[in-house]
Design a binder for this molecule. Sequence first.
Ligand SMILES: Nc1ncnc2c1ncn2[C@@H]1O[C@H](COP(=O)(O)OP(=O)(O)OP(=O)(O)O)[C@@H](O)[C@H]1O
Length: 576
Amino acid sequence: MAAADRPTAVRAEGVVKRFGPTVALDRAHLAVRPGEAHALVGRNGAGKSTLVSVLTGMERPDEGTVTFSDEPAPGYGDTAAWQRKVACVYQKSMVVPDLTVAENLYLGRFQGTGRIRWRALREDARALLAEYGVDVDPRTRAKDLTVEQGQFVEIARALSFGARLIILDEPTAQLDAGGIERLFAKLRELRRQGVAFLFISHHLREVYELCDTVTVFRDARHVVTAPVAELPKDELVAAMTGDAEAGPPKRARGAVRAPVPRQEVVPRQEVVPRQEAVPRQEAVPRRQAGPGAEPVLRTEGLALEGEFDPLDLVVRPGEVVGLAGATASGNTAVGETLVGLRKPDGGRVAVRGRAVRPGSVPHALDAGIGYVPEDRHRQGLVLGRSVAENATLTVTDQLGPFGTVLPSRTRAFASRMIASLDIKTSGPAQPVSGLSGGNQQKVVIARALAREPSVLVAIRPTAGVDVKSKEALLGVVREVAAAGSGALIVSDELDDLRVCDRVLAFFHGRVVAEFGDDWSDRALVAAMEGMATAEHGAPTAGAEAGATGKRGESGKRGESGKRGKSGDQGREGSQS
Ligand SMILES: Nc1ncnc2c1ncn2[C@@H]1O[C@H](COP(=O)(O)OP(=O)(O)OP(=O)(O)O)[C@@H](O)[C@H]1O
């Protein structure tokens, strides 16, 4: 039977979902065919996650129907029946960290009341993983898996329940280029077996690379469904933003739009630079500090054994400096050390000439370091509290006399933040848990900016943020610099790095290349992959405005890709 004649893997029709006064889905519809890779895109708050909750039986719609292979969806609450239809793989693995892979695979389906036969269980798990081509030892504890392995295990688990529809919610957000390529290869293979995928991503380039159909949601409604090949990227973005005329999004503040560099062919297959419609930020004038200006941030010999080698770094007022690098390259560890989450083994950090006590977040904040964490759920937000409370957590001392916090001042402060960062919320009193992922990230940034830091350290600040909001957030970072502070952006996202005046590329704990603001995607990605070209191969040793990543005497790194115990806040750590 041709794919078009087969029943749809899933069909949602006329779905309405309200949360109090918010209409999250307004007569939404979607159909995914067997073997199809179907992208669902939309700006933050468009209703994507709510639709996923409805399609996976987590939320009961107020109106509308869901069918799988033309049969009505299972009853709400019948978890096992839903598991046989559909699974959602999140960027954060949902497996139980302290159980082994085998235990996770058979979780919730041990038969009978007798003793569990562990050896047989492991053998079954091994066979199951082999069937789906997943190369993981079933005895490994889930917490020791890489992000990628965790996702593969979850996919295998879902398929073993009989599900033939897998929803992937921002699955690449924590993978590096090689991991993304391997995930895509696996998905292509499974599609050939008739498995359907619904792929939610803010990385439009990945949508074009992997999917054959795309659906756009805007403001709780379905806007368009089209074959990816027939919807050029500017029209896709226009559908997301609601711009009447198809065409590239307008630049904020009437600035001239810098050309988006053409996607270049990169030397290795697995190198996948992400290319979005975010142009270089020219809207806010770059304020170049003179070489004599007192640095806002200086590190001397800052080092963390097993993570990064001694690093001399200077950020001047008005500068945005990028620390580029793939997973475990050391760039994230540098960022986390600067904000006090990790204690360095040696070296000094100074903000505007004042030494910062190492390994202490409160001291780093007091010294003027603002922090935008990568993992907004674990490090960024108190979900049950309001937007206003979260946005002002770091400035409660400024919200009233004698240690009191005046609600009126808190609200006024938050309202300013909501307006300047365009946070989509019903108001300062709304709990953060009710905001979409991208809007939560904006609250995290608002909180970091509230103290008017001398230097902002942002770790993958636009993860999970839509294409237009990305531009706005990165514009805010430039504004912070233009006002005389400095910023460090720690990221492997080329779009994040495009706003930087300088970019230092990390590989295996060292700065392997330094770029101005004129790097090509190809050269930067090559450097992050450890293939720095001669052109940018050597860091500008000792340069006042630059950084050196000198290999320390004892500068042996731990096993590549492995983090120290203190690395719990890192990417792998955020898995559990
Ligand atoms: N549990 C909830 N309580 C209240 N409002 C909610 C809840 N879940 C979602 N909403 C609201 O519903 C709307 C749609 O949110 P949803 O999370 O589905 O958007 P999204 O497209 O997934 O966004 P993002 O890309 O930022 O994740 C938003 O306005 C959001 O604030």
